[in-house]
Ligand binder design. Structure first.
Ligand code: PLP
Length: 442
């Protein structure tokens, strides 16, 4: 963040370069998850040394104001004392038991009490595991194989979800990653978001074969593409009519928007829900839940196999529970909403100014999640509506912002996250840097 003086020119830092060169010799692309490699914006990834509240420090001791927030989980900010204390206490009593524990039960009870969907919950270790397992369950319950996914939604990296729309008029998907069998991809149909006629067309032809429709409650992995109430309710009605299950993926929105997630906010009755990110308080957790009647199909009660050596481990459960309890005690969800509205109001003048300079920008905000899209003033609702030049401008903006010591995601299609550690005065300063970076990147 500006301490008032001039900013250094964009340059690749020597220590980062050295670490990255080493990383490339040890890990594919030098990273454990692809988007971290900065391929979306160019340059060398920062190596993070430590983080506290809204700040991260790189290995050069530069301090950045962080809107990435580990891509969503850190709703209280980095290294929150309540979470750290809970994890420390838990670790002293054992890091993994491979047996039920009370913290796991308490988190399960908390989720069941607050989720409008989950009467029963199964803990796994990532969002990917949650969606993959929920789909297996839906296929078992319906005795059907076909699944529908929307273009622009992300549900982790399990085979059935690494699928893109087929060419021409074909509705059945093609794999979007090497290594996914064509037969698997073929079982996933890709439909566009925000398109009622595509939904009706699919269900009138393939409804009776469709095990499940999976959707992000608010699509937030290809920009932020909130859908209309009408579209959401149409998905609900068509799945119900045709005996397909509706899986709502709340891995980002669950426990961030409000205790019952997005489903509660818009009164959307999902059949199955998936959670991740916030529910683990920054440690690896995922979960899926639904009515007791459906969840009883899971082993050991039922025939759908799904297991995990470290699932429900006491560290992750303690971090998740501490996060949720803190949110509850501190009116966290109201505060996050307020923070989101404040951030939006702070960015508004700069965006207005850019638009007047013939450099249109849209800002989309849903609670504490936000996204800037360039070359349009209208918030897109589908990936087709995102201008292709938006990406180039974002690259320039990202680097201008980074050298002003504000960190946003290294990709034009990733959203930003606010968290409760961010003070208004800090957001005001960050908004000034955003305004300067916008001007400099025109
Ligand atoms: C992050 C994410 C996932 C995958 O979760 P991982 O923990 O990264 O496996 C699934 N669905 C949505 C909506 C996500 O944002």
């Amino acid at each position: 963040m500006a301490e008032g003086i001039t900013h250094p020119p964009i340059e690749v830092d020597r220590r980062h370069t050295a670490l990255y060169a080493r990383a490339l010799q040890a890990m594919p692309g030098g990273v454990s998850s692809p988007v971290r490699a900065f391929h979306g914006v160019g340059g060398t990834p920062l190596f993070v040394d430590r983080a506290q509240g809204p700040w991260v420090w790189d290995t050069e001791h530069n301090r950045y104001f962080d809107f990435v927030g580990s891509w969503g989980p850190l709703v209280l900010g980095h290294s929150h004392p309540a979470v750290v204390q809970a994890v420390r206490t838990a670790a002293c009593s054992g890091t993994s038991f491979g047996a039920p524990c009370e913290t796991e039960l308490e988190l399960a009870e908390w989720v069941v009490a607050h989720s409008p969907v989950a009467e029963r919950i199964r803990f796994v270790n990532s969002g990917t595991e949650a969606t993959m397992s929920a789909l297996r369950l839906a296929r078992a319950v319906t005795a059907r194989d076909q699944v529908v996914k929307f273009d622009g939604c992300y549900h982790g990296h399990a085979d059935p979800f690494l699928v893109k729309a087929g060419s021409g008029l074909a509705t059945f998907g093609e794999s979007s990653s090497a290594g996914v069998p064509a037969s698997t991809a073929h079982c996933t149909a890709i439909l566009p978001l925000d398109d009622l006629s595509a939904l009706h067309a699919w269900f009138s032809e393939h409804g009776s074969k469709t095990a499940a429709v999976i959707m992000e409650s608010v699509p937030a992995n290809y920009g932020l593409l909130p859908q209309t109430e009408e579209w959401l309710q149409t998905v609900r009605e068509l799945t119900r009519t045709h005996g397909s299950l509706l899986i709502v993926d709340e891995v980002i929105t669950g426990f961030r928007l409000q205790p019952g997630g997005f489903c509660e906010r818009v009164n959307l009755q999902a059949d199955l829900v998936t959670y991740g990110k916030v529910i683990g308080g920054g440690l690896p957790v995922g979960a899926y839940g639904g009515p007791a009647e459906i969840m009883k199909w899971i082993a050991p009660e039922g025939p759908v196999y799904q297991a995990g050596t470290l699932s429900g481990n006491p560290l992750s459960m303690a971090a998740g529970l501490a996060t949720l309890r803190h949110l509850e005690q501190e009116s966290g969800w109201e505060q996050l909403e307020e923070l989101g509205a404040y951030w939006e109001s702070l960015l508004h003048p700069a965006i207005q100014r850019e638009c007047e300079q013939a450099s249109p920008i849209s800002l989309t905000c849903v609670g504490s999640i936000f996204w800037l899209c360039f070359h349009t003033t209208e918030s897109p609702r589908s990936i087709e509506a995102i201008p292709s030049q938006s990406k180039d401008r974002y690259q320039r903006f990202f680097h201008e912002l980074l050298r002003r010591k504000v960190m946003m995601a290294p990709s034009a299609y990733e959203v930003g996250f606010l968290n409760l550690s961010m003070k208004k005065i800090e957001l005001e300063a960050a908004a000034q840097e955003v305004a300067a970076a916008l001007e400099a990147s025109r």
